[in-house]
Design a protein around this ligand. Sequence first.
Ligand SMILES: [Zn+2]
Ligand SMILES: [Zn+2]
Length: 317
Amino acid sequence: MLRIGFFLAVLFACFSCTKTTTTTCSNSLNPNSCLDNSITIDTSKINRKVLIIGVDGFRSNAMQEEITPFLFQLSHSPNVFFNSCHHIEDYTISGPNWSSILTGVHWCKHQVLDNSFTDNQLQEFPHFFRYIENADTSISTVSIVNWTPINEYLAFSIADHAPTESITDEMVYQQSVDLLQNQIPISPDILFLHFDNPDAAGHGHGFSPEVAEYSNTLTQTDLYIEQLFSIIESKRANGEDWLVFIISDHGGDGTGHSDGQDNPHISNTVFFAQHPNLQFKPNQLSSQVDLTPSVLDFMGINSQEFNCKTDGSSIFQ
Ligand SMILES: [Zn+2]
Ligand SMILES: [Zn+2]
């Protein structure tokens, strides 16, 4: 009996995520309360570099040894922050979630409630590239995406390079290699990538580890990620200090992911951060708004305006 209880407890721990009862989401923030635009820079950190790999529609339980062998091994590696219960926004579609990931504030502030981006407040709550460019314009910020609204509404006019033409995942990968290895067209210091094939396959055939069309796209994405990691490792060997994130906007169930607040296959996804020697906070229940403060913390950028506006917190100790 006891043994069965223990077994069930282990099962429960493996297959369930603690439901976050409240998203501390308040749109009552008066923009005039964040007027202190002073920024301090830690000069020992400002030359660091960041790669963020975004994967659209990555359902947590599809992160398996057979489907994503590289990520599976990464999730068990030292010096890795991994959360398969990464909590997404109340609006369980792409626009609100990529907006929260890239601004560090919840939907009630940035007001991206769907994929139309109508009436958004992204001027007031901008893409985090804004805080980086304000700290040091010589830092090269780049965003390469399959799903173009990210660059059209969030990165465009802030990033040094954020093309808005539609490209495939293979082209996202190829352009990221050109950027990282050949500095074409520039040498990125902060690079955001967005892969979309898992989401497209999920809508077409079903978001499930059992669906070959869906899991095959994750296997291909896993290969891209493995190859990107090997490029980063060679840059580290050359003395560059890189932090790598893998993040997703939502999971999926059946062939969709709308209105999925109460469905853990949709409302939780995977989140990884990897750095060879920095310490991550243990057991932090990460959410979409934590990526931006973590990047700024890593880069040694302390913006009073951002600190006033953000809903997230850094995953570094
Ligand atoms: Zn999406
Ligand atoms: Zn979708």
